[in-house]
Design a protein. Structure first.
Length: 218
């Protein structure tokens, strides 16, 4: 399973990159605003900074909600760097834009997906990635992981190339369950990646190994 980090924070991206397990980055307008990145040019420059930090895909989201606007914005984003994946919302004009970008060989990530039907549409329109938001479904007492299972089944039935990018991942159990189900990618906060490191028995075991070494070598 690929690991993407869901942030626009350069330090956190660098930290995940240093660990050597990072495959890409996802951003959205809220995450950019959280870092205080405002103004069109600053936002574009920030995407380039992110692309220069990582080797994999970097999702950059359009703000337009009409087909022409999404095409114009998406083409501009795609020109910024070869790693850019244009993030398109799951709305009617978005589906048309996914199809357009697919025909032009521009990679896309269909965002704000909350149902299997939406994921099926995204795949048919040729999205490179589909982003079901599992944490936000959990927030409204609906099992987000069940949606990942449904999409996995549908995509396997028809051998769709669209990668399932489990988004709105909140914690390590989301990551582990997504890996069990067979999500292609997960995107979450830095803590959802570094949290996988932790086990008290590892700490206790290491402490004992080091203490025993010291005893024998002092
Ligand atoms: O990738 C989508 C993500 O940014 C949404 O996460 O935690 O705001 O639901 P969250």
């Amino acid at each position: 399973m690929k690991f993407f980090i869901d942030t626009a924070n350069l330090d956190q991206i660098k930290e995940a990159q240093d660990l050597g397990v990072l495959d890409g980055v996802t951003t959205n307008p809220s995450l950019m605003a959280k870092e205080g990145i405002t103004g069109e040019q600053n936002i574009l420059d920030h995407y380039v900074k992110i692309c220069n930090l990582v080797e994999g895909p970097v999702s950059a989201e359009v703000i337009s909600t009409d087909f022409e606007g999404m095409v114009k914005e998406g083409e501009r984003l795609a020109e910024l760097h070869e790693n850019i994946v244009v993030k398109i919302p799951m709305i009617k004009d978005g589906v048309k834009a996914l199809k357009y970008f697919s025909s032009k060989g521009i990679r896309t990530n269909c965002t704000l997906v909350f149902s299997a039907g939406q994921a099926l549409l995204a795949a048919k329109a040729g999205a490179s990635f589909v982003s079901p938001f599992i944490g936000r479904l959990d927030d409204v007492s609906t099992d987000g992981l069940e949606l990942i299972e449904q999409i996995r089944l549908i995509y396997d039935n028809y051998m769709y190339d669209t990668e399932i990018l489990a988004a709105s991942v909140r914690h390590t159990m989301h990551v582990i369950k997504c890996a069990e189900i067979g999500a292609d990618v997960m995107t979450g906060p830095l803590s959802s990646i570094t949290g996988l490191l932790n086990h008290p028995l590892t700490d206790i075991g290491l402490e004992k190994f080091l203490a025993d070494y010291k005893k024998g070598n002092s």
